[in-house]
Design a protein around this ligand. Structure first.
Ligand code: ATP
Length: 222
């Protein structure tokens, strides 16, 4: 279970302080799939970054399975992020000079898994996302949907409990988008992952267990 309580986030800019999250309370059950909808600038990405411990709130707390993550000290917060959370972004951020297999292996190698273990795990995941025949292709040699499937495989290589996807299909056509969502649904069923997905697409959001709307830094009733 994830419990977000009283989370506020502001950024200081040369033009003054911007209040981006103005008091977020949210509970997400383990294994639940939540879609976050909302207009541009509502604070969705900022909330995702805080859920994944990529950024800290100014006020409030986030508990992950009973642990207050922002109370973690030293390397423990990095460890939490690296081991428990997988990220998929709209622009997948694959490394262009490495092939699909190497891109997926990378987080496992960084986590000091052996080369053999990382290769086997990456290959298995790429097969699971339907790219067993594209292991040695570089991102530039793959379609947009294939690149996003590599990014999903990479997000899963450290066996996270939580998958955060920020507009994962934002730059894909509708057929490819539906395919990515089917893949996310299958991964959810097979792995019991908790998923939080930011999307602008209502039909896609409706396929999740729950929809949440954000407006101007607050959650608003649907
Ligand atoms: N590092 C930052 N410094 C200053 N302002 C920021 C920073 N990051 C985000 N903001 C501001 O916070 C607001 C919310 O941004 P955020 O990216 O969370 O919105 P969003 O709901 O994800 O929008 P979109 O749908 O367009 O991606 C925006 O007005 C943005 O300009």
């Amino acid at each position: 279970m994830i419990e977000v309580q009283g989370v506020k986030k502001r950024f200081s800019t040369p033009h003054g302080v911007v209040e981006v999250l103005r008091g977020i309370d949210l509970t997400i059950k383990t294994g639940e799939r939540v879609a976050i909808l909302g207009s541009s600038g509502a604070g969705k990405t900022t909330l995702m970054h805080i859920l994944g411990a990529l950024d800290r709130p100014n006020e409030g707390s986030v508990q992950f399975e009973g642990e207050d993550i922002f109370a973690l000290r030293g390397g423990a917060l990095d460890e939490f992020r690296n081991q428990r959370v997988g990220f998929v972004f709209q622009f997948h951020q694959l490394l262009p000079e490495f092939n699909a297999l190497e891109n997926v292996m990378m987080p496992a190698l960084v986590a000091r898994r052996s080369r053999k273990e990382a290769t086997d795990c990456a290959q298995e995941l790429l097969e699971e996302v339907g790219l067993g025949h594209r292991l040695l292709h570089k991102p530039g040699e793959l379609s947009g949907g294939e690149q996003q499937r590599v990014a999903i495989a990479r997000a899963l290589v450290r066996m996270p409990r939580l998958l955060l996807a920020d507009e994962p299909t934002g730059n894909l056509d509708s057929g490819t988008t539906a395919e990515i969502y089917r893949l996310l649904e299958r991964l959810h069923q097979e792995r019991g992952l908790t998923m939080v997905v930011v999307t602008h697409s209502l039909p896609l959001a409706q396929r999740m267990d729950r929809m949440i709307h954000m407006d101007d830094g607050l959650l608003v009733p649907v």
